[in-house]
Write a protein that binds this ligand. Structure first.
Ligand SMILES: [Zn+2]
Length: 293
């Protein structure tokens, strides 16, 4: 069966991805306020995500752990939802949900990290209702992506470092780790960083072409430090779908990490575009898919 055939595309309920619903998830989540790691805001956000999984009928656990930061020891909480299947291999879908500290009391991080958090809930909702051909799709919301001062072994990427280590220790075959970050900008241009798994990068670009949105996806010239890096360091295939240009004009970045990062800068269409490409990417990773011609 050709991998572009409707039968394969529909296996994961591609048509069921709704940008409107994803945006509603983002809106509800962002309304909770700032989510700086180690604060009651972050704890409230973790509980919100756990409740959202419960409403979707998806098994979920909060993995709370303590880690050193430049501001002292902090309790972080990863929120992990598990969608079991009857096939082979684990696929991880990941998004951080914390907001950066020190920006201002009104910084809600609608795009960074609300957008990918809402989209991941929408993906979980669709995938939870489908029978997928993997052993498990694991949806992980990472805490502590943002650095307090400067990225380093004890600053930033706390949740993804923890999840990568645990996943590696499990020793099960991992098909892919797909990270989403800043995926809601109305002016969407996903730029896949250079330091992503090459086959996943190729698959993602092919998936974008198959969905007719190849113009919304490109390659970043540089590598990027984000939640995919701990997984790569653990020897696992990982990719970061990120639009790292978020500003008032094309090519600018002036909304990023400012109180201008608000819901009105996002669109349902952008969330749906990325969601559909992720579903197509999963189809192409499927053990049942025939190789590309
Ligand atoms: Zn950020």
């Amino acid at each position: 069966m050709p991998i572009d055939s409707p039968a394969v595309a529909q296996r994961f309920g591609d048509g069921a991805i709704s940008g409107e619903r994803a945006l509603a998830y983002v809106s509800d989540f962002v309304a909770l306020g700032p989510r700086v790691s180690g604060t009651t805001g972050a704890e409230r956000a973790a509980e919100h995500l756990k409740d959202a999984f419960a409403k979707l009928g998806i098994d979920c656990a909060i993995d709370a752990f303590e880690d050193k930061t430049p501001a002292g020891a902090v309790t972080f909480r990863n929120v992990v939802g598990t969608i079991p299947g009857r096939g082979e291999g684990i696929v991880v879908l990941g998004s951080h949900y914390d907001t950066k500290s020190g920006i201002g009391t009104h910084f809600v991080g609608a795009n960074d990290s609300g957008s990918s958090t809402g989209l991941l809930l929408e993906l979980a909702s669709v995938l939870g209702k489908s029978s997928h051909p993997f052993a498990e799709i694991r949806c992980i919301f990472f805490d502590g992506e943002e650095a307090v001062r400067k990225y380093g072994p004890t600053d930033g990427l706390h949740g993804s470092r923890r999840a990568a280590r645990l996943l590696k220790e499990e020793g099960l075959p991992v098909r892919a780790v797909i990270i989403m970050d800043m995926v809601g900008d109305r002016d969407l241009k996903i730029n896949i960083p250079r330091n992503c798994d090459p086959s996943l990068t190729r698959l993602a670009l092919d998936a974008a072409a198959a969905r007719g949105v190849r113009d919304r996806f490109g390659l970043m010239r540089q590598p990027l430090l984000d939640d995919h890096v701990p997984f790569l360091k653990a020897g696992l295939p990982a990719i970061d779908l990120i639009d790292f240009r978020f500003g008032s004009k094309p090519g600018t970045h002036d909304y990023w990490h400012t109180e201008q990062d608000t819901l009105d800068k996002l669109s349902a269409e952008s969330l749906e575009t990325v969601g559909r490409v992720v579903i197509e990417l999963l189809n192409r990773l499927s053990p049942l898919a025939t190789p590309a011609q």
